[in-house]
Design a protein around this ligand. Sequence first.
Ligand code: MN
Ligand code: MN
Length: 287
Amino acid sequence: MRTAPLAFADARADLQGAEFVIFGVPFDETSTFRKGSSLAPEKIREASYNFETYIFEQDIDLDDVPFHDAGDVECSGGVEEVLGRVRDFSREVAHSGKIPIAIGGDHSITPAIVEGLGETGVVILDAHLDFRDSYEGERLSHACATRRVSEIVGIDHVLPVGVRSFSKKESIDAEELGLSYIPASEVFERKLMASVARKALSFVERSEIYLSIDMDVIDPAYAPGVGNPEPFGLTADQVRELVDLLGSRLVGLDLVEVSPPHDLGTTSLLAARLIREAIAVMKKAHI
Ligand code: MN
Ligand code: MN
């Protein structure tokens, strides 16, 4: 691990005493359209200083929550080597009874974290299905994240939500292999996020949930600074509500695909706020 230039705001606990462990993965080697997510951990940490420690909706003050910022995973070397470090660190954190919170980086990091956690259901908020078997010869590409996760936890225990873009081949593969997903249009039809969360939880069939937030699930109007922006997305508030509703079940979390070179700061702010929200709801669940 490498020390970050600036730790996430209010992450004052040491590793030993922490219940939640934030770490950055400044890695965008598998990005396909707009690179830049390697700069996201630093920008999101900077943005985290904008906010009050008190999250009034949850009645939780982050000053009272022991969480630690472990810095960044060393991202030199090949894709496999980097993802191996991500897996090993996540495993170490989970095995010590703490909850890992990863700041990407591109979406390729998610299967590595899930592998480090063991048996869990996985909810993936993403505009894309990420269900390619490989992309330009790379099976560890961010375009294959859901596919790789499904091979680790089983296809019945992973559910993408907010999807509105995939290839014909991914659609055929999803049908053949039995991947369920909730398209963005269904999220809008259901209106109530409680209904979406209920369906998601019933589909993944596990009481412990890992949540992966690909920021492009949110409409580019709210989150323009992402690698692969996709119109007709969820609102920022819908995603916050989903985080709130899933919070009590979470055993780990990542937030990926923010691309600061394409951002005016808005997306990093929203990302930092969602991480703070997640910490508050998880803490509330474990009090
Ligand atoms: Mn993705
Ligand atoms: Mn995506």
